[in-house]
Each structure stands twice: as structure tokens, then as C-alpha cells.
Write a protein that binds this ligand. Structure first.
Ligand SMILES: [Mg+2]
Length: 106
């Protein structure tokens, strides 16, 4: 699934529930940050090794995946509201990163 397909599915999901009225850019940006906080709760206080060990547990792994998905969902809806093409935006940013951090230099 590319970003365009994901966007279409998410917009259809929310429109059939009449949630578009809540999906202002500000609300979606806040919601993405809240979901990122929920993701960080899984990592709070744990060492890198403890976290990598914890995600071997399928339930824990799924809970973390759910939070990552929530962040992606809200950011995709935010891009939709701002009429930003995520496929283009990510491609363009990767090109910028490649110019800023050339592989030869690192
Ligand atoms: Mg969540």
C-alpha cells in the first residue's frame, strides 16, 4: 500500500463516520503527537537492550506496532487536510537528505 492508497482508505473510513469536522490540521497534528507519546510510553525507562528484548513478546510487539500505526494514520490525515502529496514529500525529502548527507562523506 502506498501513501495515496492509505490516504484514500483513511478518508473513506472517517467520512463514513462523519468525523471530518474534527479533522482540522491542528487537531490532527496534536493527535499525532499524542499517539507518539503513547508509543514512547513503551520505551520509557527501559534501556535499548531491555526494549529490544521486550518486543520479542508478540503482544508487546503488536501494542507498539499499533501506536506506530496510529502516528502514521494521523500524519497521513494531516497531509490530506493540507493537500500534501506524501509520496512526493517523502521522495523529495529523501533527495534533500542525500544532498545534505552525501554517502561519500560518511
Ligand atoms: Mg494509540
Amino acid at each position: 500500500m502506498d501513501f495515496r492508497e492509505l490516504e484514500e482508505r483513511l478518508v473513506a473510513f472517517r467520512d463514513v463516520r462523519n468525523w471530518a469536522k474534527y479533522h482540522t490540521p491542528k487537531n490532527l497534528a496534536i493527535s499525532a503527537a499524542v499517539e507518539l507519546g503513547e508509543l514512547l510510553e513503551h520505551f520509557q525507562w527501559g534501556s535499548d537492550g531491555e526494549i529490544l528484548e521486550a518486543v520479542k513478546d508478540p503482544a508487546k510487539r503488536e501494542a507498539i506496532a499499533d501506536e506506530i500505526a496510529d502516528v502514521v494514520i494521523y500524519l497521513t490525515l494531516l497531509a490530506h487536510e493540507l493537500d500534501i502529496d506524501l509520496d512526493e514529500a517523502v521522495e523529495r525529502k529523501l533527495e534533500k537528505n542525500g544532498e545534505k548527507y552525501p554517502a561519500k562523506k560518511y
